[in-house]
Design a protein around this ligand. Structure first.
Ligand code: BGC
Length: 820
């Protein structure tokens, strides 16, 4: 099967049952074969920053072991490189590792927009800006797919939080939807040509993403020309037939054929047009035909040079590290820096990835301490200084202070611990652990120069920022984190990373701070288009580090900026005495800087990374993004050019503008239909103070009433409700809820944060998942028994579940006897 004709011929030869069988997995990671017609089973695995291929027990939360694979830096880290070429090279090696393991689909990249710094999977996503997200994702996708392995752009769409992620209804207005939340995907699809897209668990404006015809058909296929396959997130299917109609083909993982049967019945009773099913079948067959993971090598042999891949992991990390502060030029350190004390629990046991489905079993792990010791610096010792968990660490602190007194400089390795950043759980605050803050304070009081090296996939508050001498943001550097940090600290690598997100001063500065993750049924994106720098720059709020910020050991000057509607050119000169790389950022500033208009002050229009020797100049051309002078018109459902005199800026961050030039833009002339960016009833959207938007103003923006934000009470729980809704219902329901919470808390206390988070995650699963995710162990009738138990009819439910279990066991035995 190779060509479109072959796909059609194969599908024509299929029975209805065979077609339906292709619509869900054979198990956790594989599709079903149709042996009679030579249709093979293919394998899909995580992703995104390394292969997580499980040999034995399978799960989607990183619980069970996977084969060793290169753990590259996570997306949040890679994005700081702003290096399209690097992302392409990482993609190629990811693709090669997948291909060597006969994996057809690598489940990544993830490119949801970082709306709030507490979102639990921010470490897996690129940026708060859709252009940067989209271009990074597109490069990674092209790299992966160059090896015959499909990438999967996920999670489509508006998966802005982990709290109640399988049920939350993300309420978002059309402008924010198109200008921010969809734009990165559009770029990834149109420029990366992703062969698959993974729909998200959540609802978008009332409809599950996996059943959202407007998203999956009208926008993805019709508007953007996507010709690949949509796969559900694992266990993310709700109404199977609605999903097929909307454009989602493959349901993962296996449902033991239960939902295949629903599809067959729907076609037979006329509620699903077989032609629609045929289109989905073609998408599966096309994916199988497109992916050729093992084509170049016989199965079982490896084409992966793990040493080479490790080298790229180191390079990728070092190119992504952000030197956030180096006021007195303390860095880089060298032999003249004297005695260096390495302090912190993240120096010898680094944080280099996040928890959940992206958890890679790395081929090796190089820690910073060892790399620093090998770097030629005079390391006088290492002390952890604090427990990894936030418990008082008096003894460790004392030892660290003793060591610091003997040193000329302290390299202080702080970070978020393993429990902080995980799939399915949002963080609850933006602070570092108190024991780390206490130690930092005492070290500052000693007066010894301090370099903070921070590990973590998302911003934290840095209350000590003005009192330490340098801050190195390592993010989550993957398995090569150690040498990468040592190289930057010692100047072997001149840092060139720039922040792909804003570092706020404190959490309360974040526009969605007071509501994020706090509501039950809906998540209202009242902040609309104002997130990250679009918000901070609009209201001119102070920030810790602006979007795009990052220092170098050299300096760059910008000159001779020219621009038109298509591109900007600027000359950049290395004015220091070291070779270095600069990320040239081009922003487009709205006419009159959008004062009094529902519009960001400035938006990233394009960027390029340029390497320069000392004294060298280069003229860089930066293409402007497709919608650089446009906004999305919600009334017409299309992008509209807004006329006026724009400024095109060449900048070293969103707040470090080095040159500006004006460009006059003609608007789209649409008679009698002015685009009203100054609507009086949207006053907080005009000045950007979106933290003050009330329900009425948000309704005015949406043009419809808001749905209830709390879970309905006073009715029995159904299959679509989530287990967390059992709370406070009394009897077995409350007991079930309390049991899950207690087990999770106990695991956390026992120092098993991954297990604790995974137990807690159960609360956010819909009851239907108990059956769907059991690979056939639990059927619908047993689930009904459980629901009766939860809904106050405990004994009745127990009897129903027991009877169903016996019937199910009999049926399975009979089926396996028939099979034998
Ligand atoms: C995650 C996906 C992942 C899938 C398979 C889900 O829980 O949301 O990102 O690809 O599991 O492990």
């Amino acid at each position: 099967m190779g060509s479109l004709d072959d796909v059609k011929r194969t599908r024509h030869a299929m029975t209805l049952a065979e077609k339906a069988s292709l619509m869900s997995g054979a198990n956790f990671w594989n599709t079903k074969p149709v042996e009679r017609l030579g249709v093979p089973s293919i394998m899909l695995t995580d992703g995104p920053h390394g292969l997580r291929k499980q040999g034995g027990a399978a799960d989607h939360l990183g619980l069970n072991a996977s084969i060793p694979a290169t753990g590259f830096p996570t997306a949040a880290t890679l994005a700081n490189s702003w290096d399209v070429d690097l992302l392409g090279r990482v993609g190629e090696l990811l693709g090669a590792e997948a291909a060597a393991e006969q994996v057809s689909v690598l489940l990544g990249p993830g490119l949801n927009i970082k709306r709030n710094p507490l979102a639990g999977r921010n470490f897996e996503y690129f940026s708060e800006d859709p252009l940067l997200s989209g271009l990074m994702a597109a490069a990674l996708i092209r790299g992966i797919q160059s090896r015959g392995v499909a990438a999967s752009a996920k999670h489509f769409a508006v998966n802005s939080q982990e709290t109640h992620r399988m049920s939350i209804d993300e309420i978002v207005d059309e402008r924010a939807l198109h200008e921010l939340y969809l734009e990165g995907f559009r770029i990834a699809i149109t420029q990366g040509d992703a062969w698959t897209v993974m729909s998200s668990y959540n609802k978008v404006n009332g409809t599950y993403a996996n059943e959202h015809r407007e998203l999956l058909h009208d926008i993805l296929r019709e508007r953007w020309g996507f010709d690949g396959l949509v796969v559900s997130d694992w266990g993310g299917n709700n109404d199977r037939v609605a999903a097929i109609e909307a454009g989602s083909a493959l349901e993962m993982p296996s449902t033991d054929g239960v939902t295949d049967l629903e599809i067959v019945r729907a076609v037979e009773n006329g509620s699903l047009d077989e032609a629609v099913l045929d289109a989905r079948v073609d998408e599966v067959l096309t994916l199988i035909a497109r992916t050729r993971p093992g084509a170049r090598r016989p199965a079982g042999t490896s084409e992966v040079d793990h040493d080479l891949h490790h080298d790229l992991a180191i390079e990728a990390a070092s190119r992504s590290i952000v030197l956030a502060a180096n006021e007195a030029g303390l860095l880089p350190l060298g032999p003249e820096s004297g005695r260096v004390a390495v302090i912190g629990a993240f120096a010898d046991v680094p944080r280099y990835q996040g928890a959940g489905s992206s958890l890679v079993n790395p081929t090796r792990l190089d820690d910073p301490l060892e790399a620093l010791r090998a770097s030629g610096l005079d390391i006088v010792g290492h002390e952890r200084g604090f427990h990894r968990r936030d418990i008082p660490s008096v003894g460790l602190r004392r030892r660290a202070l003793r060591l610091a007194r003997r040193a000329d400089v302290v390299l202080l390795h702080l970070g978020l611990d393993e429990s902080a950043e995980a799939e399915a759980v949002d963080r609850t605050h933006l602070r570092l652990a108190q024991n780390q803050l206490d130690l930092t304070r005492e070290l500052i009081d000693l007066g010894v120069p301090i370099v903070v090296v921070l590990a973590g996939g998302a911003p934290v508050e840095l209350p000590f920022a003005d009192e330490v001498d340098a801050i190195v943001l390592g993010y989550l550097g993957g398995q090569g984190v150690g040498p990468a940090i040592a190289d930057v600290v010692t100047g072997r690598v001149n840092p060139s990373g720039k922040l792909a997100e804003t570092y706020p001063i404190r959490y309360s500065d974040v526009p969605s701070a007071s509501t994020f993750g706090r509501t039950e049924a809906t998540s209202e994106h009242r902040d609309s288009i104002y997130l990250g720098y679009r918000y901070y720059d609009k209201v001119d709020a102070p920030v810790r580090y602006p979007f795009g910020h990052g220092l170098s050991y050299t300096t760059f000057a910008y000159s001779a900026l020219r621009a038109d509607a298509r591109a900007a050119t600027v000359t950049v000169t290395n004015t220091g005495d070291r070779a270095g790389e600069e990320v040239v950022q081009v922003y487009v500033e709205a006419p009159d800087a959008a004062a009094g208009q529902f519009r960001a002050v400035r938006e990233l229009g394009g960027f390029a990374k340029v390497a320069l020797e000392p004294g060298e100049s280069a003229t860089v051309e930066v293409a402007l993004r497709e919608h650089a002078f446009q906004v999305f018109d919600p009334d017409r459902g299309e992008w509209r050019t807004v006329p006026g005199t724009y400024s095109v800026l060449a900048a070293a961050s969103s707040r470090d503008i080095r040159a500006r030039v004006e460009v006059a833009i003609d608007g789209d002339a649409i008679d009698g239909d002015p685009l009203d960016l100054g609507r009086a009833d949207l006053s907080h959207y005009l000045d950007g103070t979106v933290d003050r938007v009330g329900a009425a103003e948000f309704e005015a923006l949406l043009g419809r009433p808001l749905p209830g934000s709390t879970w309905p009470t006073g009715r029995p729980l159904t299959r679509d409700d989530i287990i967390a809704q059992a709370k406070g219902r009394g009897g077995f329901a409350s007991a079930l809820h309390a049991l899950i919470v207690t087990v999770s808390r106990t695991l956390m206390l026992l120092g098993r944060p991954h297990a604790a988070n995974n137990v807690r995650f159960v609360l956010d699963m819909p009851f239907r998942s108990v059956a769907r995710m059991s690979n056939g162990a639990v059927d619908g009738a047993m689930l009904d028994g459980l629901l009766l138990m939860v809904n106050g009819r405990f004994w009745h439910g127990v009897r129903r579940a027991a009877t169903a279990w016996r019937a199910h066991r009999r049926a399975r035995r009979a089926a396996s006897a028939r099979h034998d």
